[in-house]
Design a protein. Structure first.
Length: 111
């Protein structure tokens, strides 16, 4: 059984994802700059959602979108987002990046 990865303010389940949380992901989440106060953030290849969660904890971005092509990893990210304190700002899409981009472009055309 794969153990959850516990941070100070949240826990990330990782039993459904192929790539488990490691030093590289944690460092990337910690090193991502949020100094310019972005309103939106995009995490491509979200996996368990650990980087999006870390950025949500450190920023006031109103929307943090995550894109994950693997269905099981997508489900895991959604579960992790919903259990977090920032679930109202985190959105995950089960799609390729191109499908996600096409959907956003189509939505903008209707506005």
């Amino acid at each position: 059984m794969v153990q959850p990865f516990k941070f100070k303010e949240f826990t990330v389940e990782q039993d459904k994802v192929a790539m488990k949380i490691g030093t590289d992901g944690v460092l990337l989440g910690a090193w991502c700059s949020v100094d310019k106060y972005p309103n939106t953030i995009l995490d491509i290849g979200a996996g368990s959602g650990v980087i999006a969660l870390m950025i949500a904890q450190r920023s006031d971005a109103m929307t943090i979108d995550a894109v994950e092509v693997d269905e099981k990893a997508y489900e895991q990210a959604v579960e992790n987002f919903e259990k977090s304190d920032w679930g109202d700002r985190l959105y995950c899409y089960n799609a390729t990046f191109q499908e996600f981009a096409d959907e956003i472009a189509a939505e903008e055309e209707t506005l």
